[in-house]
Write a protein that binds this ligand. Structure first.
Ligand SMILES: Cc1cc2nc3c(=O)[nH]c(=O)nc-3n(C[C@H](O)[C@H](O)[C@H](O)COP(=O)(O)OP(=O)(O)OC[C@H]3O[C@@H](n4cnc5c(N)ncnc54)[C@H](O)[C@@H]3O)c2cc1C
Length: 665
């Protein structure tokens, strides 16, 4: 009978034990766990604190008793392993409650001690209102502190995913939250424009963000930052990183890897052939570039636990490594990444490039559809997909998972173009964000539609002395634009081509990059060879500016919507100010939705959404009245024109898009 001893009983350790039992009915399997709980859902802790998960008990996935009953695995909680005796094949433990030392023997040992949150050595970190969140006990401390002390203000230190989840949780508990981050942006693994989306969400919810600043001291109701500024803080949550728990391994002389995690081979075997390791404690290989890294996430920990158990029982299963697929929810928003970021890909030696699309999560006409931002990162030489980053309100996880699978399958951007993904209006578009990002990447990589990323706009404009044409409608343009840009619709460009020299470098900016691509193809067709489209359009430029302001460019920012955790009363959809329908002169009708109309409309235009045009036709007056319909692009208004003409209106004109209409004003 083989004796399998496991140190650590949460993600990797618990998985290893369960897998080992399924593989070997006879094995003697024991878990040593220093804490009071095994197999609890640490990823769920912030959601319990925030109130989304109502029952604490649902975070406990298994108990020592269930392990014994279901798996015949012995679990010793409150039992800390204090020494590995490699020669004797024993582990010495100390049980604090009993005050006892005990030795446990093993044939194969699996280390699954995970990591520990980093605590900075700063004045005040030991105070009672300063917390970390790693265990159920930590969560209980925070919960009872909030219940007893009713803190009004909180500072979260660290803008990684636990920090962001806690910003939301503490805001949900009614606190005014400030976020402090030493790096120039939150979620440092995300490209800045993707991080910009989360920044906008934080600002909308009234969270104060302090980037490029570290903590220097914690006082009773205040923290002091390294620039001497002060922030009110009735409580402080530290989430500045995780270090692998290596004490035991180091003392036992096991090899530590170059990235600071425990070294293991592809079979998750440490430098001692009878000791395996799994989870946050390990250094692993990146699946794409094979370099050694640490990826302290639950998915890799669980999978390693499984493999370590198999190999400890004599199999030879290799672990292929991880690629850091991760996602975070922040209030209504979510963002995440898989594979390499553009920066990481370049650092790893790839000739990497990227494109950004903002495409509806599912057909725009189906209620609830929202834009998915998707940055696709690929190798210019081979077309191989290297990574993706995504942000939005709906359908982010799906796009990341599709691309994670594509990376695992070694697919190229051309393969992604052809990917046959499930579609019906409530789920996707016939050419959803993944296909669309692939089309855009192939268009860029083949030179069919050159584009550049928002972060590169400044260098490009300075280097090329390019003219900037902003294709958005004049109302959006007037609200926010890049200083020095020219606001022209595609029609206006076509009409004024004789005034634009063919060798002029031009940067096209549209709302999300799509119209820029169409205008670029028109200009290329007309002989303009130095035209570039801004990938992701103004949406990307604005998010980039929000996170990393350009040195020389003045980029206007739209005002952000104000959002509340518990809106006191449901805010009504903004009431559209109604224009009176007069009987004189041509009648201009805006057939867009009331929401679009509220954002800005042609002066004097009345709002009759396309869907209501037929039922409200009697409001338009005589059938021979001159009526001009318009919408955003001219498509809906052309349909409206047909509807009215079929009803007998004789002088109905399609005014086209708002841009064309404004040119008449
Ligand atoms: C608040 C929070 C939210 C998270 N959210 C996510 C998420 O959304 N997605 C995601 O992928 N990951 C998330 N993670 C990370 C994820 O939980 C970890 O990557 C995963 O738990 C690592 O598993 P592990 O088994 O290696 O280590 P752990 O789960 O940390 O377990 C290690 C166990 O070993 C025990 N131990 C340590 N030393 C000894 C010793 N000497 N003797 C006995 N026992 C010992 C510890 O007490 C601990 O219980 C989150 C983590 C936290 C804390």
């Amino acid at each position: 009978m083989k004796r399998i001893l496991i140190i650590g009983g949460v993600a990797a350790g618990a998985t290893a034990a369960a897998r080992a039992r399924r593989l070997d009915n006879q094995a003697d399997i024991t878990i040593l766990e220093a804490g009071e709980d095994v197999s609890f859902a640490n990823c769920g802790l912030p959601y319990y604190l925030g109130g989304e998960i109502p029952n604490r008990s649902s975070l406990i996935l298994a108990s020592p008793e269930t392990f014994d009953d279901q798996y015949q695995v012995k679990v010793h909680t409150g039992t800390e392993a204090i020494k590995i005796n490699k020669e004797a094949h024993t582990v010495t433990t100390f049980n604090k409650k009993k005050g006892e030392q005990t030795d446990y023997s093993y044939d194969k040992l699996i280390l699954a001690q995970g990591g520990k949150p980093v605590t900075p050595p700063l004045p005040g970190v030991e105070k009672d209102h300063v917390f970390k969140l790693w265990t159920l006990e930590d969560m209980d401390h925070i919960d009872s502190f909030i219940a007893q002390k009713d803190p009004q203000t909180a500072v979260v230190v660290g803008g990684g995913f636990i920090g962001l989840e806690m910003v939301e949780a503490l805001s949900n508990r009614g606190m005014k939250v400030s976020l402090v981050e030493k790096a120039p942006q939150i979620m440092i693994n995300l490209e800045s424009e993707i991080s910009g989306f989360l920044t906008e969400e934080l600002l909308s919810y009234g969270v104060d963000i302090h980037v490029n600043k570290g903590l220097s001291e914690i006082k009773d109701h205040q923290v002091i930052l390294d620039d001497k500024s002060k922030i009110e803080a009735d409580m402080v949550l530290l989430s500045i990183g995780v270090r692998p728990t290596l004490g035991l391994a180091q003392e036992a002389g096991l090899t530590i890897g170059e990235s600071g995690g425990l070294w293991v081979n592809e079979y998750l075997q440490t430098s001692d052939s009878d000791i395996y390791a799994a989870g946050d404690i390990n250094e692993i290989s990146h699946r794409l570039h094979d370099k050694k890294i640490r990826i302290p996430l639950a998915g890799p920990a669980n999978r390693q636990g499984r493999i370590a158990a198999e190999n400890a029982l004599g199999r030879q299963k290799s672990y292929k490594g991880a690629m850091g697929s991760s996602i975070v929810k922040l209030f209504d928003a979510s963002a995440g990444s898989t594979g390499l970021s553009l920066t990481q890909a370049k650092d790893a030696g790839y000739e990497a490039d990227a494109v950004v699309v903002h495409k509806a999560s599912y057909t725009a006409y189906y209620p609830g559809s929202q834009k998915v931002t998707l940055m696709l990162i690929y190798d210019k030489k081979t077309g191989k997909v290297l990574g993706a980053q995504s942000a939005g309100y709906v359908g982010i996880d799906k796009r990341l998972d599709v691309i994670a699978t594509a990376i695992a399958g070694n697919l190229s951007i051309e393969d992604l173009e052809e990917l046959d993904l499930a579609y019906a209006p409530p789920f996707n578009s016939p050419n959803g964000p993944v296909n669309m990002a692939a089309f855009t990447a192939v268009n860029k990589n083949t030179g069919f539609s050159p584009s550049l990323l928002a972060k590169d706009v400044e260098d490009y404009l300075i280097g090329q002395e390019a003219a900037v044409i902003d294709l958005r409608d004049p109302i959006s343009f007037n609200k926010a634009h890049l200083e020095g840009s020219n606001n022209l619709s595609q029609n206006m460009i076509r009409q004024n081509m004789d005034q634009i020299p063919k060798d002029q470098a031009i940067l096209l900016i549209s709302e999300d990059g799509q119209k820029g691509h169409v205008a670029l193809r028109m200009l290329h067709g007309a002989g303009y060879g130095k035209v570039v489209n801004l990938s992701g359009g103004y949406l990307s430029l604005e998010r980039q500016q929000r996170v990393k302001a350009f040195e020389h460019l003045q980029v206007g920012l739209f005002s952000l919507p104000k959002k509340e955790i518990n809106p006191s009363e449901q805010t009504e959809e903004s009431e559209v100010e109604k224009e009176e329908i007069t009987q004189e002169g041509p009648l201009v009708v805006d057939v867009r939705t009331p929401g679009e109309y509220a954002m800005g409309a042609y002066p004097g235009a009345v709002s009759i959404p396309l869907d209501e045009l037929q039922s409200r036709a009697s409001e338009l007056g005589d059938k021979d009245r001159h009526i001009i319909l318009y919408c955003a692009s001219g498509a809906r208004s052309s349909y409206g024109q047909r509807v009215l003409m079929q009803m007998g209106f004789s002088q109905v004109e399609n005014g086209g898009g708002l841009h064309d209409m404004m040119a008449r004003a």
